[in-house]
Design a protein around this ligand. Structure first.
Ligand code: SF4
Length: 342
């Protein structure tokens, strides 16, 4: 059993069982969730006898290990490759912005969703990440970089809503006062559009931002880019987003990867306005990151700007996502894929 899987209450119960004073639970919990300990040895104020007793009872404390770091010379973005206890690897990214440091984490090993523009899904899905494996990506990046992490996006490999229970434990753990204590408003969860889960999430009383990977302006176009669109049609996904906003008051963020000649025309912008023009939302335009397995190209700068202008003229909030770490393996899933191939 992993020690970091335990809640503070469960840890207190365990200490009680072992005849330990209550403050030991607090100490251990803080080592894991506030001080980014990476081994029992780091817990310097915890007696060796107690560490041995925990090990005898079958408790382990093994955090994902950083096996590779790539740092961008252009903007300081860092990509991390983590090896998990079963030797699977996942990647995470640290991005530095003026308003703070943001970490993008993975929620699954591989992904089964099959989005055409994404390198993470090329080798399929292997397993869900446990909630503590998600938390540790944030903790260990903060420790390695020495930079306080203020925003977290669950937008790396995997479909977070396909790993729902772990996602909820992750969000509640990361935002808890006794733990890492990041405001839920600084946590963004991205989904390709698992409609029933969006409705479920709307009832969890969370303050997180939901980012919907839209990427197309029509059902037909979306089906070509995202197989999930065949299960949940575009209007169903958008209705779920409207419901999410109505229940939580949290503005939806729409992710739209711009692919040259595929979804970047002015007609696309017009259709997009018809789809979401009535919503309190924000559109994030992402010039697609080319991956060698697919022949997708970024539109030229002029087309990107005219797409943005068109939406802005309709009164829609739009930003163009700044490309981070262009000189390292930028697209999600590429670093892991290269490592696996080696
Ligand atoms: S974009 Fe997200 S949901 Fe789609 S295949 Fe990639 S990781 Fe999975």
């Amino acid at each position: 059993m992993e020690l970091s899987a335990l809640s503070s209450r469960e840890l207190a119960e365990l200490m009680n069982e072992l005849g330990q004073p209550a403050f030991r639970a607090k100490q251990i919990f803080e080592w894991i969730h506030k001080k980014s300990a990476s081994s029992f040895e780091d817990m310097t104020n915890v007696p060796n006898k107690l560490k041995e007793a925990l090990e005898e009872k079958g408790y382990t404390f093994v955090v994902p290990k950083i096996v590779e770091v790539q740092e961008s010379k252009l903007d300081g973005t860092k990509k991390y490759l983590f090896a998990l206890s079963d030797h699977q690897v996942v990647e995470s990214v640290l991005m530095k912005y003026k308003h703070g440091n943001s970490v993008c984490i993975s929620s699954q090993v591989g992904c089964k969703m099959g989005c055409r523009f994404c390198a993470s899904t090329l080798d399929g899905w292997l397993r869900n990440l446990e909630h503590y494996e998600m938390l540790e990506q944030v903790y260990q990046i903060q420790k390695e970089s020495g930079e306080r992490v203020s925003n977290v996006v669950v937008m790396g490999t995997g479909e977070p809503l396909d790993n729902y229970e772990n996602l909820l434990l992750f969000i509640r753990g990361l935002s808890s006062e006794e733990g890492f204590h990041i405001s839920q408003r600084n946590i963004t969860v991205s989904t390709c559009g698992l409609v029933p889960k969006i409705y479920q999430l709307a009832e969890e009383e969370l303050q997180i931002t939901l980012a919907l990977s839209l990427h197309a302006s029509s059902q037909e176009e979306r089906e070509k880019l995202m197989p999930i669109a065949k299960t949940y049609e575009i209007h169903q996904v958008l209705d779920a987003c409207r419901h999410y906003f109505a229940r939580t008051g949290r503005r939806i963020s729409f992710e739209y990867s711009l692919v040259a000649g595929v979804n970047d025309s002015i007609e696309d912008a017009n259709r997009l306005k018809n789809l979401i023009g009535d919503m309190n939302c924000h559109v994030n335009l992402i010039p697609v990151n080319p991956i060698k397995e697919r022949n997708y190209k970024q539109p030229n700068r002029e087309n990107i700007l005219s797409f943005q202008n068109k939406l802005e003229n309709y009164g829609i909030n739009v930003t163009i996502r700044r490309e981070m770490g262009r000189d390292i393996d930028g697209a999600c899933g590429q670093l892991r894929k290269k490592y696996m191939e080696r």
